[in-house]
Write a protein that binds this ligand. Sequence first.
Ligand SMILES: *Cc1c(COP(=O)(O)O)cnc(C)c1O
Length: 393
Amino acid sequence: MSYHADEKGYYGEFGGAFIPEMLYPNCEELRQNYIQIMEEPSFKEEFQQLLKDYVGRPTPLYFAKRLSEKYNTKIYLKREDLCHTGAHKVNNTIGQILMAKKLGKNRIIAETGAGQHGVATATVCALMGIQCVVYMGEIDIARQAPNVARMKMLGAEVRAAKSGSKTLKDATNEAIRDWINNPVDTHYIIGSVVGPHPYPDMVARFQSVISEEIKRQLMENEGRENPDYVVACVGGGSNAAGAFYHYLDTPEVGIIAVEAAGKGIHSGESAATSALGKVGIIHGSKTLLMQTPDGQITEPYSISAGLDYPGVGPMHAHLYKSGRGEFISITDDEAMKAGLELCKLEGIIPAIESSHALAIFEDRKFKKDDVVVVNLSGRGDKDLQNYIDYFNL
Ligand SMILES: *Cc1c(COP(=O)(O)O)cnc(C)c1O
């Protein structure tokens, strides 16, 4: 059994492409070309070069000595926080901008919630001199002023989505509408392993550089490619997909996915999709999502904007359903505490998303000799105000 997507984009029962008729040509063009383009030597070369010289890869695999001593196991941190723009998201946007160029597209659209994906997209559009339009909910624009400013400085146009709840899902609807109206010249950069096939598989492949590097780096440090466990937080699931990718079909490596429980799984303010989700369709793919009994999507909640998503990518839904992945939910309080602990023990201020992954060590115990790799998806600069408010700093 493989935990990778099949050619129709299915992970077990999850995935596929559930899209309106009008969007079919756009997705089909991408589906027919993405693997072939990714395998072209000229594509690989340019992708590798940019990851190295622009993003700053390989990111270090750092043995966290003091954290390991505290939890009595061997903890390594994969330092995606050291990527240009401060998180893993740029691995995917670099890949997709090169894909767009190969497909002859000269205009990029994206949707963004908290603004991190919008910034990563605006960044690569500036790099390539390509027009960039980012859709963002009107409420999110007000809440995320620094990221809106970043996108503007990078030359992107930020368009407000004014319908519905004026947040991420409305921005997504606007982006899809734009794509339907501009099928020839525009590429839509989706920011996680979500959306219709081939997006989840394509984004996972771009992010898979993370586990490719972990294998090499662990070999240098531990004399073996495989850790006992690899741990990552899951919003849509792209940093996790990248960290798990080369271990998916290696059963001796334990996979631990960490979701945001917000104020508690059953508090009504949560984003713990595996615990609360039911099978449904969101953004063009069949997956687990939080919904009411009559199928309305429930508003998710987490202190961390990047995990505040009502679904998970189909890869993760399958990892959960099949039992291949162990899923742990972490509350706001547990995450904030773990974030501050990393600051004190290792001198690293993590993104609150990543703090969720770090928080598992409080309850989930490992053996002394276990090698546990935690994907540190991003740095905490963007979350400073949140940390200040929470801890009264
Ligand atoms: C966006 C983001 C996430 C969540 O997105 P995934 O697709 O689940 O990886 C996690 N960490 C950071 C730092 C982010 O910016």
